[in-house]
Design a protein around this ligand. Sequence first.
Ligand code: SF4
Length: 332
Amino acid sequence: MKTVSSLLDDHWHERYKRISKLNIRSSIYDVTNRCNLRCKGCFFFSSDEHKVAVEEMDLHKWEAFIDKEMARGVNLAILIGGEPTLCLDRVEAFYKRLPTFCATNGLIKVPRDRFPDMMVGISLWGDEEDERLLRGKDAFSISSKHYYGDPHAYYLYTITPKQIGKTERIVRKIADAGLKVHMQLLSNDEGVEGFSWQPEELAAIRAEMDAMLDAYPQTVISSRYYHEIITTGKMLGRSFGWRECPSVTQPLDTRHPQPKRLTNFIRWASDLKTMHRCCTSETRDCSTCKDGAAHMSWVMVNKRAHMRSAKDLQNWIEVYEMFAKLYQFIPW
Ligand code: SF4
């Protein structure tokens, strides 16, 4: 039988050891149903997830809920919304208790005196023209000033088919702002014309993502294998989708056979009672899902399948490292 030691040389084995100790147990929280933007293609609003629960307003209830989540074994809180920075007291309740990641559109600056090292992921939907079209505003021009040179912030660049040929300009702008970037692909949940991926576009963007990683290794947090998985939807000959997805809320997961999945993962609505189906849109067709975190997790929970060769296991290590960097479990 192939073992980790037999597949890896000393260098890779050291890298493996560093991540194998982490034991990340994440869950996702809708901090609020409100947002100060309305982006076309935001899965939260397009699937009416903001309507399924009445927001809990009592901070003490949030605190008690977070304590229960920690007792459930959660060691990474991923805060989304709505826009979490509209409710900084709730964000602080998480941050004071456990490793916390906050997704934001960057229009309101997270005050660093209150949250000195909280990892912030700033959403970005393309160049100025695309941002105006999809979000009604060039959000980058505001967020890049708020977070200039911040070591605990990065851009989550959602690439659309319209971005082919334009990604270098964006990555350079981010590098010039002294920030990092992680790339993912748009799932066109609202069917905006021209924003659904065609096979030749996916091949083109994969090559472009690889080129960005080579040209800007200090700025781009990614891996070639991740690019392959996200653009092809294939891993070791298997296809991504409902039957394989690891990011389904555990108490709602009735799949048989049960795939490899995230342990104890739940995505909670803002009433602290309702659970959403998965880490992304309630109504999304899984066959068109391009969610980056779900694809990363898909690789991460399938370590054993990657132990067929040294290269496969190295690919697995790189994806795990990328995830750990994005959530600050290991340094950039
Ligand atoms: S929409 Fe995406 S993340 Fe949600 S269950 Fe389907 S494949 Fe998984």
